[in-house]
Ligand binder design. Structure first.
Ligand code: ZN
Length: 398
């Protein structure tokens, strides 16, 4: 399918260092972006679907780098079916598994956690709930796993490893496990802060600096934060990515954002939700954290959109999160919410409002155009002005 989105008011790139792109058009072909900025008359003529954005803002599809994936579009923790499709209506086009630790009765032995990670990776390799891309299969680091195990998993397509829920005596026991997982080429992630499940101890700055995972999961606390003094140490003494999560401590999220800005570490500041968990299913979690960060730190809204898209893509080595030729055609149209006081998506976010979503495209397919079933209505009205495909792009009414 070829799509042309015309009449964009603003284009946010996904790269926080150069957050805006000029022009008013995006062209896609198949699951890739072909051009950003302008389109020739011939390209518009050749498109299967032309979407008039009515002056809205285009952003890259958001990447939630902390989702508690299990199997299918189902969360056992909150007994909810269809939550991933619901997140897509909140602008999230990619969900990255925080390990399949919520699978009821999940295995705890090396063979079992390897099989679980591989099965999860395979189950989501082709399956896109509601159009959502899911990067699943994060091996839970348990004592007894060896470099050979990690190499075997990596060779079979698993890309992630998670420290924090294993049967270790102290968090320092993760140091050789993280080292081996990194040596095998896995992206390593680690629980940060107070324990979220009974029996697991707190993980603080000393542990992170000894382990040096690629990503400190919910560095703001998941949900309980580590000592304030540890934020500056982790930022200054390591290159660990600083993942802040909606379902955590808001005060330390803001502390971390300001420190990352001040210490020149904003490349490593990434946004996620850490849901569904005890905090619930949060389809608008990414939009909330973007709005909280922008409105309460005073840093520009577009920076946090990029932290929730392109920065996650860079840390997790994904081909999405940026609006540029050759990248995945995952695009969200944002606008000021109808009835608010602001007149554009970015102004609304800066003001602390939740931006409204007017369309979501993933893998080059419009998943809906018009009204998200979860955000307020948009001020402007995106619509399909021409389509040669037998598909109605309206979101199902609720
Ligand atoms: Zn989590």
């Amino acid at each position: 399918m070829k799509i042309v989105v015309v009449n964009l008011g603003r284009i946010v790139s996904g790269n926080w260092r150069e957050p805006f792109m000029s022009g008013d058009t995006i062209v896609t072909n198949g699951d890739r972006i072909v051009r950003v900025g302008t389109a020739s008359a011939a390209e518009v003529e050749a498109a299967d679907v032309v979407i008039d954005a009515d002056g809205m803002t285009a952003i890259p599809g958001l990447i939630d780098s902390h989702v508690h994936i299990t199997f299918g579009d189902y969360t056992p923790r909150q007994r909810t079916v269809g939550y991933l499709e619901s997140y897509l209506h909140g602008g999230t086009t990619t969900a990255i598994s925080a390990s399949e630790v919520h699978v009821p009765g999940r295995p705890r032995d090396p063979e079992g956690v390897k099989a679980l990670a591989l099965a999860a990776q395979r189950c989501f390799a082709e399956y896109r709930p509601g159009g959502m891309r899911v990067i699943a299969g994060s091996v839970i680091l348990e004592p007894g796993l060896t470099l050979r195990d990690f190499e075997e998993l990596a060779a079979r397509g698993v890309t992630l490893a998670k420290a924090g829920f294993g049967a270790v005596k102290t968090a320092y026991d993760y140091v050789p496990l993280v080292e081996a997982a990194k040596a095998a080429g896995l992206i390593t992630t680690c629980h940060t802060g107070g324990s979220s499940i009974p029996g697991s101890g707190a993980i603080t700055g000393d542990h992170l600096l000894a382990m040096r995972p690629h990503v400190a999961f919910h560095i703001n606390g998941g949900p309980t934060a580590m000592p304030d003094a540890d934020f500056e140490r982790v930022i200054a003494e390591s290159d660990i990515a600083l993942q802040v999560c909606t379902a955590g401590n808001l005060r330390t999220t803001l502390l971390c954002a300001k420190l990352a800005d001040k210490l020149g570490a904003f490349d490593r500041f990434i946004i996620a939700t850490d849901t569904p968990t005890g905090s619930g299913v949060m389809p608008l979690g990414m939009l909330y954290t973007i709005a909280h960060c922008a409105s309460l730190t005073g840093l520009p809204a577009e920076r946090f959109i990029c932290a929730a898209s392109g920065s996650n893509a860079r840390v997790y080595k994904l081909d999405s999160g940026v609006l540029a030729p050759g990248k995945a055609a995952d695009i969200v149209l944002l606008d000021a919410p109808d009835g608010g006081t602001q007149s554009s998506a970015l102004a609304a976010i800066q003001h602390g409002d939740i931006a409204a979503i007017g369309a979501v495209i993933t893998a080059g397919v419009p998943r809906f155009v018009g009204r998200s079933r979860n955000t307020p209505a948009t001020m402007r009205k995106a619509r399909v002005v021409r389509s040669t495909v037998m598909q109605d792009f309206a979101a199902p009414a609720h």
